[in-house]
Ligand binder design. Sequence first.
Ligand code: IFM
Length: 485
Amino acid sequence: MTASETTAPETRPRTAARTFPPDFLWGTATAAYQIEGAAREGGRTPSIWDTFSHTPGKVFEGHTGDVAVDHYHRYPEDVRLMSELGLGAYRFSVSWPRVQPTGRGPAVQKGLDFYRRLVDELLAAGVAPALTLYHWDLPQELEDAGGWPERATAERFAEYAGLVADALGDRVKLWTTLNEPWCSAFLGYGSGVHAPGRTDPVAALRAAHHLNLGHGLTVQALRAALPGDGLVAVSLNLHEVRPLTPSAEDLDAARRIDAVGNRIWLGPMLEGAYPQDLFVDTAHLTDWSFVHDGDTATIHRPLDRLALNYYTPTVVSHVPKGAQKPQDDGHGSSEHSPWPGADQVAFHRAPGDRTAMGWPVDPSALYDLLIRTAARYPALPLVVSENGAAYEDEIGPDGTVHDPERAAYIHAHLDAVHRAIADGVDVRGYFLWSLLDNFEWAYGYAKRFGAVHVDHDTLQRTPKSSALWYAAVARTGELHAPGSA
Ligand code: IFM
């Protein structure tokens, strides 16, 4: 399908409720560096995001995660909020340098204890914990030793995962190895807009392979440590790539982006091989000799869930050599590409509504992504592990936050999930990004994705109107239009 086409128009009346399966997981999601704060407490040492955010010019107005939204101290209040809203699940990540400050050796008890307390509080409140092991906060010491471009980091990751699984495996059922390795590899080592801020396409491809390897080694470590009913997943921000036109050139641009955006993960993780066209596209950069014999077998481990993060589609076209690319391509200010091997691809933003990130709103692409992924991996249940939107939320004079655009965004995307389920896709859950307004990486606190508003001066939490609506959907399993019930 091209960007100018859309999926068949929805014919059911917008107000008719859709019922989700009774055991569907309804949750919200966060990540450690974005919410915890307490950056120097309990033996925690800097991660690459501490270093990056403290480097002038890297993050909007010099914001850092030092305090974030102080979830480290306020987690009982945050769990209470979830439980009052009636949300059945919560996806959070573990801060690697809080548990294993140098990225090597034994775990720090205080770090593990924090997560044990958090999980116990969740379980007592009837909220199922879903744990992500890596959401971008590599211990700085490991980056100093070479970071993800080095093979040893994959081995360290699996050792750390084993420590966390030994400590929490009896309490947490759903485990995710990596969150959005595309961002770790290509924004962290390619465009440099994320930590550690390197701009080396070869390092980015090496990082991608070692993230894959770390995933495979970690699946093995989790299988060894978790009880038999433990579920293992990976969260990928798969790109729903649409060619701008049906021309052969634009179709090839879409193929390239699909290779380095999607199949670079799906190939080794789920099919046991890297796509050959990726090797061809990047042959001028590397011979991929960092992939050793046996690596793809290590990476290719059975998973229980494939978790997808979706926000907006990716629209691409071919650019002839020397031609100007569109100004507003959605890749921020970096002059370095996060897409190795795709220099002649231009990115476009679809017309229509956009969120405060400038991301076009297009739920049809979530539907297409679910259908396409399920068609390729029919035996693997899917979870939407992130979806949501930033808007310019403000506290009104009556102390409430009215955010109808966010409710409309979530409604439209849940409707797409429901359609996919009705069309036979096995989707087991939906996690709204995010529980709380938080540290939005290079945008600092300037972007608000939360269901719950956070006053960044007082750290006061106020559920937004969209949270109340989403909670009602989650409690009943019935998707009704915002404002209709
Ligand atoms: O805030 C991020 C999250 O950490 C990873 N997925 C996308 C979100 C919004 O940009």
